[in-house]
Write a protein that binds this ligand. Structure first.
Ligand code: FUL
Length: 497
């Protein structure tokens, strides 16, 4: 981590909880005091690892694949699960080739059917004809991930429409048992994804989920795994469209309840089920911070399916999102300080469909072409109140430019290597320091004056902005407002082909 002279005072400010990804605000703290505290909240190691993945995938697969449904009833016969050519290596290879760094399998969806031979229920692959009842999809996918060196996670639906225990306290034990099987028998697990749905079980009852107990099991068995959505590490962005918020803060206020819920995990951080409405448009503005009692690093995940549905349906083969649409989603998810979780549902053969594989490859081509050359590379950078200018162009998001003294604004000029034509701006903050930038503007030098090409609010881990192609030999980036000394870890200018 780079600590530039003049800013160490701020960088060393400690959170009052003693835990980096959480700070308790003492009553009576002024707004400027709260903002300053927010600027020093940083991600836990597992959150940082997760954020840097940028691209993750979902595999929705199970009885619904064979019944052509989105939500099963829980009464499906195990015999219907019978993929003919299941090849998890193909799933993982197609994702890996597309630059996806981690995949999450629906080990159990709302229908309760388990894709692994759980000892705790008969409703699983072990009673299906697939591989004579000896198959284990969780094993095949986790092995493929480990062999191909990408992350592996499990989706385990709390809502279970099959279990007779659902709606009773014994269900929480059942759930702990399932989690224990998944987290003990398949090597490293990088993410556990809990959906928020809490419907009725077969006896018409709803369940009170013992989230905190479940989190304890995960922290104990897989301490590096992120717990997503109905969990403390990763927040749902609030839409399944793939388009995140324009202003996306990773540090947000949560309820006072947290004060008592500081976990003792191996990587200290907080454990809490999400509280309040996390889907509203403003989660982290100064106004939202004004009444904060606890601030926590709680970044956004943007989930969307490559098809209209989450599960495979033959009739949707012509509706697969193409490379250009996926690129637009990329700009509005990863490019808006989120991690993209793209669902690619395997078909009844147990393969990713050709159309989906092609779309993934087309999308990767577009990204490779776009990001091949940073047109700002080699620029002469000047700024009157900052240090670390070269670090914005070094391709390393862990080193950064920052302002000297107590300045929270700055104007940075880039004299490019000759005239360049570009239409995409990339900015990254060094989130190891926190998220700070509140407003920025990019101007280009045209006919003797500065013209605004792009402007925005938050940056965070990554911000991408598109604008009309422009040709110039000089640009300037103004940081107009920031919670504390801003950092720029990377600055890029690119041209869409
Ligand atoms: C939702 C579920 O109900 C959908 O079936 C899907 O799994 C999606 C990712 O989460 O809440």
């Amino acid at each position: 981590m780079l600590i530039v002279a003049g800013t160490s005072l701020h960088l060393s400010a400690q959170s009052t909880s003693g835990i980096p990804n959480c700070v308790n605000i003492p009553p009576g703290t002024s707004l400027s005091g709260i903002v300053r505290q927010a600027a020093n909240v940083t991600p836990s190691p597992r959150q940082l690892r997760w954020q840097e993945l940028e691209l993750t995938a979902f595999f929705h697969f199970g009885v619904n694949t064979f019944t052509d449904r989105e939500w099963g009833e829980g009464t499906e016969k195990e015999q219907i699960f019978n993929p003919t050519q299941l090849d998890a290596g193909q799933w993982v290879a197609a994702c890996k080739a597309a630059g996806i760094k981690q995949v999450i399998l629906t080990a159990k969806h709302h229908d309760g059917f388990c894709l692994w031979p759980s000892a705790l229920t008969e409703h699983s692959v072990k009673n299906s004809p697939w591989k004579g009842g000896k198959g284990d999809v969780v094993r095949e996918v986790s092995d493929a991930c480990h062999q191909q060196h990408i992350g592996f996670g499990v989706y385990l639906s709390p809502w279970d429409r099959n279990s007779k225990l659902y709606g009773t306290e014994a269900y929480n034990d059942y759930f702990v048992g399932q989690l224990t099987e998944l987290l003990s028998n398949y090597g490293r697990i990088d993410e556990v994804w809990f959906d928020g749905a809490c419907g009725e079980g077969p006896n018409g009852k709803k369940q009170v989920y013992d989230f905190e107990r479940w989190y304890g099991v995960i922290r104990k068995l897989q301490p590096t795994a992120t717990i997503a959505i109905s969990g403390p590490d990763v927040r749902w962005v609030g839409t399944e469209s793939g388009y995140g918020r324009e202003t996306e803060w990773s540090v947000i206020p949560v309820g006072k309840k947290l004060l008592q819920e500081i976990a003792d995990g191996s990587q200290k951080d907080v454990n809490f089920p999400p509280v309040g409405d996390l889907t509203k448009s403003d989660l982290g503005s100064r106004e939202a911070l004004a009444t904060a009692q606890t601030l926590v690093w709680y970044p956004a995940e943007t989930d969307v399916s490559i098809r209209p549905g989450w599960f495979f349906h033959d009739k949707e083969n012509s509706k697969v999102k193409g490379g250009e649409k996926l690129m637009d989603i990329y700009f509005h998810s990863v490019g808006r300080n989120g991690v993209l979780l793209l669902n690619i549902p395997p078909d009844r053969r147990g393969l990713l469909h050709e159309n989906d594989v092609k779309a993934l490859a087309d999308w990767k081509n577009i990204r490779d072409n776009l990001f091949k050359i940073n047109l700002a590379k080699g620029a002469k950078v000047t700024c009157s109140n900052g240090a670390g200018m070269k670090l914005m162009l070094d391709g390393n998001s862990a080193t950064h430019f920052t302002t000297t003294g107590i300045d929270s604004t700055s104007v940075i000029t880039f004299l490019l290597k000759g005239k360049q034509t570009f239409d995409v701006l990339l900015l990254q903050e060094n989130i190891r320091i926190g998220q700070r930038i509140e407003q920025f503007r990019l101007e280009v030098w045209k006919d003797g004056q500065w013209i605004t090409a792009a402007q925005g609010t938050t940056v965070g881990y990554k911000r991408l902005l598109q604008f009309s192609p422009t040709t110039t030999d000089r640009v300037r980036l103004s940081i107009l407002s920031s919670r504390l000394n801003p950092t720029i870890a990377e600055f890029g200018l690119y041209k869409m082909k």
